[in-house]
Design a protein around this ligand. Sequence first.
Ligand SMILES: Cc1cc2nc3c(=O)[nH]c(=O)nc-3n(C[C@H](O)[C@H](O)[C@H](O)COP(=O)(O)OP(=O)(O)OC[C@H]3O[C@@H](n4cnc5c(N)ncnc54)[C@H](O)[C@@H]3O)c2cc1C
Length: 394
Amino acid sequence: MKNKNILISGASIGGPALAYWLSRHGFDVTVVERSAALRSGGQAIDVRGPALDVAERMGILDDIRRMSTSIRGMSMVDSTGKELFRSTERTLTDLEFDSPDIEVMRDDLSKLIYRAAGEQEHVEYLFGDSIASLDQNDDGVRVTFERNAPRTFDLVVGADGLHSNVRRLAFGPESEFIRHLGTYLAVFTAPNFLDLDHWQVLCAAEKAWGGVMSARDNTELRVYLGFEPDEPLVYDFRDTEAHKQILADRLAHAGWEFPKALTYMWDAPDFHFDSMSQIHMDSWSRGRVVLLGDAGYCGSPMSGQGTSMAMVGAYVLAGELKAAEGDHNVAFAAYEKELREYVTQNQELALSNKARLEAEVAALTGAAAPEQDAETPELQDFAEVVNSLTVKDY
Ligand SMILES: Cc1cc2nc3c(=O)[nH]c(=O)nc-3n(C[C@H](O)[C@H](O)[C@H](O)COP(=O)(O)OP(=O)(O)OC[C@H]3O[C@@H](n4cnc5c(N)ncnc54)[C@H](O)[C@@H]3O)c2cc1C
């Protein structure tokens, strides 16, 4: 086997999933994660279609099911709290609650995958560090870290998210690859101050929208708040206090339970804020460096498919490296060939979901329906897209 010694940057979903599969195929893996520990927080995410097969092959499907959110239904209110929609059968975007998909908290899934990877041999984690430089030649990639001593690896994988450090170092600035969808989203944990029972409530106010959903058997709420500014914001994506202030300024007078939710934000145990954006790249690899998940092909939370794409991407990337006996040129090309169409369709799904949601909300609130123009995406069949790939056996 060639290229046995592999460095992965990022330990959320894609990174640990890849560590699991590479280790199972006989590679030696090091994972570097900027945070001091696995990051908590994030909304409920869905594991769907081929990602369910991947989870089953990893032996974690039953655990994911056991930890699922078990949400019974949802309602939507206006900014005065008046209920406009309620269903235990389907979501606002017409997804059925009773489906094979599993909804689970992002951090619960991350822990499950991390634990599964940790049980494999040959996986080493470097928490609290980040790659400072990459220098590749025909024989390997010389890596310097911010804290650890420099090392040489055969291959480097960027699984470090929308603002990928590896992508910046190996491919160029983020601005060349990012497409902003116009919305900003924050997620944090609060006490269950609405006494929700396995329930989700959405609110569409004039300049803001958001929702709350009970989590972990109703012991807490996950609050998600969003807004669409007229112009893209300029901000430091690592400055959490500044993000909280932006949100407070935007949503303090938005109505409904927004002000109350904001009072819990300041001391929340976790907080995640980002733009809804996508990453589009002509190629996901450059020499010995390759990208996985949000780093290479982020679909945005609007796609609902970021986690499934990262899990499936990890399985395929590791599988193709195994099949090519470590030959990265062959494996990276095959990884891209196998996944490109699935990724493209799932990225388009985000635009389709956004249009569908805006039309539903307009119909419920009596607001003017969004204008249809040449840019308006076709409404795609959700189930068809999320199941459009069947994973191979490797
Ligand atoms: C805290 C958090 C909350 C999230 N909340 C939501 C949500 O509410 N809804 C949603 O749809 N998606 C959310 N996401 C994104 C979601 O996890 C991904 O879309 C999807 O699961 C694909 O995961 P990924 O592993 O490719 O990337 P990500 O989940 O983004 O993980 C990237 C990882 O890389 C790490 N990292 C970043 N920079 C460096 C660096 N320089 N060196 C080393 N490590 C680095 C990050 O700390 C993180 O652990 C969240 C991600 C995080 C990290």
